[in-house]
Design a protein around this ligand. Structure first.
Ligand SMILES: [Mn+2]
Length: 356
C-alpha cells in the first residue's frame, strides 16, 4: 500500500466574515494519540445514504467499538430498505426521526467522524448542528474539493470508496487482525456499490487486494450481492419497465441519455426514492451513450444525478450548472426551478455544450 497518499498538503481555512485564514486538516495519523484511550465518538455520513455511506459508518463503528470506544453512528435521515440487513444497523440513529437523541450524542461526543461527504450541507438538517460543534472533526472521504472545515482527515479522490479508506485507516492503526466478518461485510458493501460491482476505473489493484483480504477473513460476498440486488419489490421492477419505455430519452447526437421522474410517476407505482438507486446508469448500457442524467422531482426541490464514461467530468458539470459536485464520473446537483423547467434547462445546456 502506498502510504505516501496519506501525507497532505495543508489546505487553507477561510472564515469569510473575519477574513482569517489558517492552516488545517492535519493528517489522519495525528488522531492516533486522541484514540489512545476510550472516547465518545459520533460518526455520521451524507443525507440519502448509499451503500458506501452506511458501509463505511458501520465498518468504522464496529472497529472503534472493538477498540473500546463508545460509538454512536448517526444517519442524517432514513435508510433505504436494501441496507436494512447490514450488521449493526440497529445501532444507527436517524437524525430526522431521533433528533433529540442524536443531538445529545453529538454534544457528549469527544470526536466527530464524517464519512463519505465533504461539505456539511450534504448532511442536510444535521449540517448546522455539525457546523456549531466544537469537537475535533475528522474527515474520511473521496469526493473532490473538500470544504475547509475539518481538523483531521484523509481526502483522496482517487480512492474507489470511503469504505476502502476506512479499511486503510484500520490498517494504518495496525489493526488488520481486528477485521471480522461484520466489518468485512460493511466495507465490502461500500466498495462494491461505489465501484459498480468492481467495474468503474477507480477499481484499483488495491481494491482487489482488499477484497482478497476480506475473503480470507470470512466474507460471504454472494449473500451481500443478493441482499443488495435481488430484493426488489414487484412494483419496483414494473416501475423500471415503465421508466425505460415512457420516461427515458436518448440523444444519439450528444451520446447522452436522460431519465426524468416526477412525484406522480413514483406515486403511480408506490415506489420510494431508494427504489431509484442505479436507474441513472441504465442509458449508459446503450451503445455509444457515455453521459446519463436522471432528474427527479422531490417535495422541496428537483434533484439531478449525473454519470459519465471516459473523461467527461460530471462533477464539474454539476458544479457549473446545478449547484452540485461529486466525482469525475458520478455526481449530483439540485435545481430550484420546477421539474418541467429543469428538464428544459438541462436540454438547453446539453445542446449549448455541443453547439460550441
Ligand atoms: Mn462513496
Amino acid at each position: 500500500m502506498n502510504y505516501d497518499l496519506f501525507i497532505f498538503a495543508p489546505c487553507l481555512k477561510t472564515d469569510v466574515k473575519k477574513v482569517v485564514t489558517k492552516l488545517m486538516m492535519r493528517p489522519i495519523q495525528d488522531t492516533f494519540p486522541l484514540l489512545q484511550n476510550p472516547k465518545k465518538i459520533f460518526i455520521t455520513t451524507h443525507h440519502k445514504p448509499d451503500g458506501d455511506a452506511i458501509g463505511s459508518v458501520l465498518g468504522l463503528y464496529h472497529y472503534l467499538t472493538k477498540k473500546g470506544h463508545h460509538v454512536i453512528p448517526v444517519s442524517p435521515g432514513e435508510l433505504p430498505d436494501f441496507l436494512m440487513w447490514m450488521p449493526g444497523v440497529e445501532h444507527l440513529l436517524n437524525y430526522e426521526a431521533e433528533s433529540k437523541l442524536s443531538i445529545k450524542a453529538l454534544k457528549e461526543a469527544d470526536l466527530i467522524f464524517c464519512l463519505d461527504f465533504n461539505e456539511l450541507s450534504r448532511t442536510k438538517h444535521l449540517g448546522q448542528v455539525l457546523a456549531e460543534a466544537t469537537q475535533p472533526k475528522i474527515l474520511i472521504d473521496h469526493h473532490l474539493k473538500p470544504q475547509a472545515v475539518w481538523d483531521y482527515g484523509m481526502s483522496i479522490p482517487e480512492k474507489s470508496s470511503t469504505a476502502e479508506m476506512v479499511y486503510d485507516f484500520i490498517n494504518l492503526c495496525g489493526d488488520n487482525a481486528l477485521i471480522d466478518t461484520d466489518i468485512a461485510a460493511c466495507l465490502y458493501t461500500g466498495v462494491m456499490t461505489d465501484t459498480g460491482s468492481f467495474r468503474f476505473p477507480v477499481t484499483s489493484a488495491n481494491v482487489h487486494a482488499m477484497v482478497s483480504d476480506l475473503k480470507h477473513k470470512g466474507l460471504d460476498h454472494t449473500k451481500i450481492h443478493e441482499e443488495l440486488y435481488d430484493t426488489w419489490s414487484i412494483n419496483r421492477m414494473r416501475f423500471m419497465g415503465y421508466v425505460l419505455i415512457e420516461k427515458m430519452e436518448i440523444f444519439p447526437k450528444y451520446n447522452a441519455g436522460l431519465i426524468a421522474i416526477s412525484k406522480k410517476d413514483m406515486k403511480l407505482f408506490d415506489v420510494r426514492s431508494g427504489d431509484l438507486e442505479g436507474l441513472v446508469n441504465m442509458p449508459m448500457s446503450i451503445n455509444n451513450i457515455n453521459f446519463a442524467t436522471m432528474i427527479t422531482e422531490r417535495n422541496d426541490e428537483v434533484k439531478l444525478s449525473f454519470r459519465s464514461k471516459g473523461d467527461f467530468d460530471v462533477s464539474e458539470f454539476a458544479r457549473k450548472y446545478f449547484n452540485g459536485g461529486g466525482h469525475m464520473n458520478a455526481s449530483g446537483g439540485t435545481s430550484k426551478a420546477s421539474f418541467v423547467e429543469t428538464i428544459s434547462n438541462f436540454k438547453k445546456i446539453l445542446s449549448d455544450i455541443h453547439a460550441r
